[in-house]
Design a protein around this ligand. Structure first.
Ligand SMILES: [Zn+2]
Length: 275
């Protein structure tokens, strides 16, 4: 991380020292959050569009464009209008892994009914030696999380012996029904990146609780929602996200939908392997 070195008035130095003492935060944390606030730069912020409950109910109308999403960050995941494929946002580019197995870069005009995006600034880096399956992947990710009660972004890069993904086809059916016949793909010996978000259990009413990964190959030709993988020597970068913003659609479809039921059972079903 860059080091800031500058002269400041004595009064500000005194105020900063008082703030360190009274909050227990480090000087770097206070300076970073104050600058982020004044300069209007999102820091450790997760920007979410709509809710996972809306997807469960089949509210797939695009709420925000890819161009607007990019203004809120360079890293994240989501889906496209009519559930047309899996979205991975990586290094400021938005990719669409489609149900026919292809991956394209989405134009700024592409519309998303659900997405989570952050300006990726890792707090920590690490490595995984070997990952046999998604269970081992998530348990190794667990060792990098200090809490179950914050959101985390995980960027995981390396060589994958096997990657099992799914990519939705455009549909109007409710999520659980659509997921039952989702196209699934197996890739072997491929370099790539997992774009991951961990959400706390309490977020289950509006997000996917636990880990949610989308895969993107290094050559950007393969991808999708991760169902399983085997890999060795993965490089991992983690960012803690303690600031959550949710933008709710104001479409008639969203405004009139009935979200009184708990979406978690249908979501859990939609997120797993069906073959
Ligand atoms: Zn997904």
């Amino acid at each position: 991380m860059p080091i800031l070195n500058c002269s400041i008035p004595r009064s500000l130095e005194t105020a900063l020292a008082n703030q360190v003492r009274s909050t227990g935060q480090t000087l770097a944390q206070i300076v970073s959050s104050t600058l982020a606030h004044c300069l209007n730069v999102p820091l450790h912020t997760l920007f979410q569009v709509s809710t996972s409950g809306a997807l469960v109910k089949g509210v797939y109308e695009g709420a925000v464009s890819a161009g607007v999403l990019k203004r809120h960050g360079n890293f994240g995941l989501g889906t496209f209008e009519d559930l047309d494929g899996e979205m991975a946002i990586l290094e400021g580019h938005i990719y669409q892994a489609k149900g026919d197995g292809t991956v394209v870069e989405a134009p700024d005009s592409a519309s998303a009914p659900f997405a989570v995006v952050t300006q990726f600034e890792p707090d920590e880096i690490g490595a995984f030696e070997h990952v046999e399956d998604i269970g081992q992947l998530t348990s190794q990710c667990d060792t990098y999380r200090q809490s179950n009660n914050l959101f985390y972004a995980f960027r995981i890069d390396g060589h994958f012996e096997r990657v099992h993904t799914r990519a939705m086809r455009a549909t109007t059916a409710p999520l659980a029904q659509a997921a039952a016949s989702q196209p699934e793909f197996e890739f072997h010996n491929v370099d790539g990146t997992l774009v991951g978000i961990w959400s706390p259990q309490f977020a289950s009413a509006f997000n996917v609780p636990g880990y949610h990964f989308h895969f993107l190959s290094l050559d950007r030709s393969k991808g999708g929602h991760l169902l399983d993988c085997t890999a060795g020597n993965l490089h991992v970068q983690i960012e803690k996200l303690s600031d959550l913003h949710i933008s709710l659609p104001e479409s008639e479809e969203f405004l009139k939908a009935d979200f009184s039921q708990d979406p978690s059972t249908a979501l859990a079903y939609a997120e797993q392997v069906h073959k």
